[in-house]
Write a protein that binds this ligand. Structure first.
Ligand code: HEM
Length: 429
């Protein structure tokens, strides 16, 4: 097969359904970018943005050109109306409550979004999060105590996911006795590949947590405690007015959901890198001060949230390509982070890369991730402790094959880059 044939085959794959793209998104993105940094993909006709500058352009455009209503599921669900004309703002507003995930901040637009974001910005400050750092160190050590003598673990459930779940529970103030039940309720990552079934998620996919979180908010309003849920209930809008308790409960549920899988994916992916690169592993042990650079490079190289989606409200242009109103734009964060015109030799994992915080791993613009400082801190502590408590982390050949011929399973989602499991072996330090 010639290079062009291979490229054509790759771009004809269905990004939103083909398991081969889940396993190897890099080849797909590279092929799309080499066609054009802004190009239609053939399966759902979304406009895929794979260039860094073009992605930045979409994410930072102001003035009601794009909506975030499609932010989580993208083009796989049809719009709940037939777009008409060059400005569909009114149509979108009339159908807003029919979009999947529309109950949550990540899909809000305009003033409603700005107001909700003002609340969370007061909450997730670096100073506030720093207060939880000691808990994170203790948590990492407790988890490691539980498996250090075994010499092997499945990192995804036993360390990465356990870290992020306990961390968000602790910082929010979720009672110990509810944690196991909430974990069970949240369950495994749902498949995004199985056609419609995967998207029968409704406006509020976190509704199953509603009773619990409504109760938490009501309790904190009545009896304030020393936790983030209490601080949430004490927040005020800029004009001093009080937010609706239902919005507070939705924000709390979103923080609970958003705060787990994303960071857990980052931790697991970083440990994979360490297990496959002995030199890097030694370097990180010798100089833990460089762990933050490792984290930034993982966020760039194998971005945990591969894509963020926008809906063009008005007919516009991206990088000179016309975008009719009603187009779902796939801002491929992972592709932008591997654009050679911004990151030279993007296929090389290089923690010394200049400008290593320049990536779009947390997106950019008005919807940029509010939990980035927390995600970074959890990952840093988890990596510091596992490196300090072990002397040689190895990828399990039994589960993943020999070096140079490894196989890894990824969760069936086109939005997230999510290792399903990662088996490692190690020697205690
Ligand atoms: C490594 C970990 C994480 C990654 C890679 C990540 C990634 C992202 C991305 C890409 C977005 C933007 C989506 C868009 O532009 O449409 C986002 C939004 C958001 N994230 Fe994170 N996230 C992480 C951790 C967290 C944590 C720990 C929390 C909170 C506990 C959190 C809370 C949020 C919130 C509230 C938003 C919505 C912001 C808005 O719509 O204004 N994230 N995240």
């Amino acid at each position: 097969m010639s290079a062009t044939e291979a490229e054509t085959k790759t771009v004809l794959q269905d990004f939103y359904s083909d398991p081969a793209v889940i396993d190897d998104p890099r080849s797909y993105f590279d092929a799309m970018r080499s066609k054009c940094p802004v190009a239609r993909e053939p399966s759902y006709n979304s406009l895929m943005v794979t260039g860094y500058d073009e992605a930045m352009e979409v994410l930072t455009t102001k003035g009601g050109t794009y909506s975030s209503l499609t932010s989580v599921v993208g083009p796989k669900l049809p719009l709940p109306f037939e777009p008409e004309g060059d400005d569909i703002t009114e149509q979108v507003e009339a159908h807003r409550d029919k979009f999947a995930w529309s109950a949550h901040i990540v899909c809000f637009d305009g003033q409603k979004h700005a107001d909700a974001r003002t609340l969370l910005t007061q909450l997730l400050t670096y100073k506030r999060l720093k207060a939880n750092e000691d808990y994170l160190y203790g948590l990492a050590d407790r988890l490691i105590d539980g498996f250090i003598d075994k010499g092997r673990i499945n990192v995804v459930p036993d360390y990465a996911h356990a870290t992020t779940t306990y961390a968000i529970c602790d910082i929010l103030g979720i009672p110990e006795e509810h944690r196991a039940e909430l974990l069970e309720l949240i369950g495994p990552v749902p498949s995004q590949l199985d056609g419609d079934a995967a998207h029968k998620v409704g406006t509020d996919p976190l509704i199953f947590l509603k009773d619990r979180f409504d109760q938490y908010i009501a309790e904190r309003l009545e009896n304030p405690r020393d936790d983030l849920l209490t601080e949430l209930t004490q927040l005020r809008y800029k004009d001093g007015s009080t937010p609706d308790p239902d919005l507070l409960a939705r924000l709390a549920r979103f923080l609970y959901g958003a705060g787990q899988d994303t960071t857990s994916r980052l931790i697991a992916r970083a440990i994979l890198q360490l297990g496959d690169d002995k030199q890097l592993q030694q370097r990180m042990r010798d100089d833990p001060g460089r762990i933050p650079d490792l984290i930034e490079e993982v966020l760039r190289y194998d971005t945990p949230v591969k894509c963020a989606y926008r809906l063009a409200l008005k007919t516009t242009e991206i990088g000179g390509v016309e975008v009719p109103a009603g187009t779902v734009v796939n801002v491929a964060l992972s592709a932008a982070n591997n654009d050679p015109s911004h990151f030279p030799n993007p296929q090389e994992f290089d923690i010394d890369r200049p400008g290593n915080r320049d990536h779009l791993g947390f997106s950019k613009g008005v919807h940029g991730c509010l939990g980035a400082p927390l995600g970074r801190m959890e990952a840093r502590v988890a990596l510091e402790r596992i490196l300090a408590r072990t002397s040689d982390i190895r990828i399990s050949e039994e589960h993943h094959g020999p070096p140079g011929n490894r196989t890894y399973r990824f969760e069936p989602t086109y939005t997230f880059r999510s290792l399903a499991d990662l088996h490692i072996e190690f020697d205690p330090a």
